[in-house]
Design a protein around this ligand. Structure first.
Ligand code: ATP
Length: 239
């Protein structure tokens, strides 16, 4: 059981400033889509709106559906219960709790087909088992990211939303983490990933979308998008 995400006519504004205007975005079940774009293009605003998670309480209009069910108007908690899990930029772990406490503090809340046990998470990220007694605040950036993903999996997601998981990670860790995410997708999870690291995103995604000033200006299968002049010029030109 995996989930289909369908966004239509989504508008998100902070005060009078419109940050996102997306007419249509679909993530098919069991696929990995990436949103790429420059700083301030609206990537976080878009992904946060799917989870209804934001400290800034932006104004949101439009439609966000999961398997046909309208999520707009539902609280963040109600979306979690339907299997929507966001790993926000900055990672969302409790720094004052140990690794293991972070993993045990969450009960399976979602409706995904698999509620991950703590042992399952350790099997996926053996490094976390080694550091189980350490405070999350003492972890490296990569370990903290693994912990954030592990916490999200504990909550039985159908749809995993990842905001720049590669930030601050060494290149090898980025590819290890993203290939682990890819394995989860191949196992049936639906993932929407926000990435500034276009090379890394292009390695693992099925579909890439380019966002500029809040609008999706190009999108398609990654094999096609790799050759899109807008992406080559802006992001891949040097290689
Ligand atoms: P980055 O990669 O730098 O995180 P982003 O693509 O995720 O950028 P957003 O953070 O979504 O972009 O920002 C989109 C636009 O909304 C920007 O113009 C930004 O200044 C504005 N914005 C974001 N958060 C707020 C906020 N809390 N209050 C007001 N404006 C905001």
């Amino acid at each position: 059981m995996s989930a289909r995400l369908e966004i239509a006519d989504l508008r998100v504004a902070y005060g009078r400033a419109e940050a996102v205007a997306v007419d249509r975005l679909v993530v098919e079940p069991g696929t990995l889509s990436g949103i790429i774009g420059a700083n301030g293009a609206g990537k976080s605003t878009l992904i946060n709106a799917v989870a209804n998670w934001s400290r800034a309480e932006p104004r949101v209009a439009g439609s966000v559906r999961l398997d046909g069910e309208e999520l707009t108007g539902l609280s963040a908690e109600a979306r979690v219960a339907r299997g929507v899990q966001l790993v926000p930029e900055g990672r969302g772990v409790f720094l004052g709790l140990s690794v293991e406490e972070n993993l045990t503090a969450v009960a399976s809340a979602g409706s995904g087909r698999r509620a991950w046990s703590v042992a399952d998470v350790y099997a996926l990220f053996p490094r976390l088992r080694e550091r189980r007694a350490n405070l999350a605040g003492s972890l490296s950036g990569g370990e903290r990211q693994m912990l954030a993903v592990g916490r999200a999996l504990r909550m039985a997601p159908k749809l995993l939303l990842l905001d720049e998981p590669s930030i601050g990670l060494a290149p090898l860790l980025v590819s290890t983490l993203l290939s682990t995410i890819r394995d989860l997708v191949d196992d049936g999870l639906t993932v929407l990933l926000v990435e500034q690291n276009v090379h890394a995103a292009a390695e693992v995604t099925d579909v890439l979308h380019l966002i500029e000033r809040g609008r999706l200006v190009a999108g398609g299968p990654v094999a096609v998008m790799r050759d899109d002049p807008r992406i080559v010029e802006a992001y891949l030109g040097a290689n």
